[in-house]
Design a protein around this ligand. Structure first.
Ligand code: SF4
Length: 305
């Protein structure tokens, strides 16, 4: 009998980064561009100049002040340790050119499969109380098996097609979970794919709404009510979540949280990590009353090296 590691079980609480069991894949396999998030260009496949010989980051405690805020936001969804320890069974990209080529091609594919596993795992939780969860469980198992595949199989996988296949189930789970409730934001139109860049949504009642795929960059969501609000794929870069309760939000990811602004009064769902760059105090909320603190919130850790 084989025993799966936690990341191989595919449950969303086990799909966080485990840098100690990864060969620094995000620091090598992925490209980045000189911008507000990175101080220089790096091609995919080139090791970052800050990566040391043990696959650790030389400047990890100082990433933001050195201009690498993009590194503090990124979340591999457990793909790093999965590819390093399972897919390639402990072989490193440093070992030989073929492993290097294949590993770098596989990493982003497994990462997207893991993101899909997270969504499907949450969907199972959302429908379980009121519906037959079998279709969601079958979809989850299908994607989990794919993520366990050999490098050659993963390299030819059409991940977009897998997302297309899962989308109706995720939409149905969202509709079931959201049910009927107040939808709106005090005159601010909301819905899937809405342009909410810089929107003032302080204290807005977004319970039961779907913002799926919306652009909410730099939106002010302080004190917004997000219970049963579908946030799948919402761009929350620099969104202000200080004092906001996120426990009931649907399809929220760690990377969305990492990209946003928050403080000590922001209430995170169980299993989420509090970003190290968030304010350690409860900042002023301009008269916005934060939602009541929900009973959860595991201490968080930032991406470590
Ligand atoms: S975490 Fe460190 S080594 Fe990795 S890409 Fe960022 S700066 Fe480079």
């Amino acid at each position: 009998m084989t025993t799966r590691t936690r990341v191989e079980l595919g449950r969303r609480e086990d799909l966080g980064a485990d840098c100690a069991n990864c060969f620094g894949l995000c620091c090598v396999a992925l490209a980045f561009t000189r911008s507000a998030d990175f101080p220089f260009d790096k091609d995919a496949g080139d090791p970052c100049t800050n990566l040391d010989d043990a696959d650790g980051c030389r400047i990890h405690p100082h990433l933001r002040e050195r201009g690498f805020s993009g590194c503090t936001v990124f979340d591999c969804s457990g793909a790093g340790q999965k590819v390093s320890r399972h897919t390639f069974a402990g072989r490193s990209w440093r070992d030989d050119p073929e492993t290097r080529r294949s590993m770098f091609a596989t990493f982003p594919i497994v990462r997207r499969l893991h993101d899909l596993l997270r969504y499907l795992d949450e969907a199972i939780t959302l429908v379980r109380a009121s519906h037959d969860e079998t279709p969601w469980v079958q979809a989850f198992e299908h994607v989990r098996l794919l993520s366990d595949g050999a490098p050659a199989d993963l390299a030819t996988l059409d991940v977009d097609a897998e997302y297309d296949r899962a989308r109706p189930l995720l939409l149905e789970a969202s509709a079931i979970a959201r049910g009927r409730g107040p939808v709106g934001a005090d005159g601010q139109r909301v819905g899937p794919g809405t342009d909410l860049v810089g929107a003032d949504l302080r204290g807005a009642d977004l319970r039961g709404a779907t913002l799926r795929g919306s652009l909410a960059i730099a939106a002010d969501l302080r004190g917004a009510w997000l219970d049963r609000c579908d946030l799948l794929g919402v761009d929350l870069r620099d969104a202000d979540l200080r004092g906001t309760g996120l426990c009931g939000a649907l399809f929220l990811t760690q990377m969305q949280v990492n990209a946003a602004r928050g403080d000590a009064a922001t209430v995170l769902p169980a299993g989420f990590q509090r970003p190290g760059h968030w304010s350690p105090t409860a900042d002023a909320t301009d008269g916005v009353t934060p939602p009541r603190r929900a009973p959860s919130g595991r201490a968080a850790r930032s991406r470590r090296r």
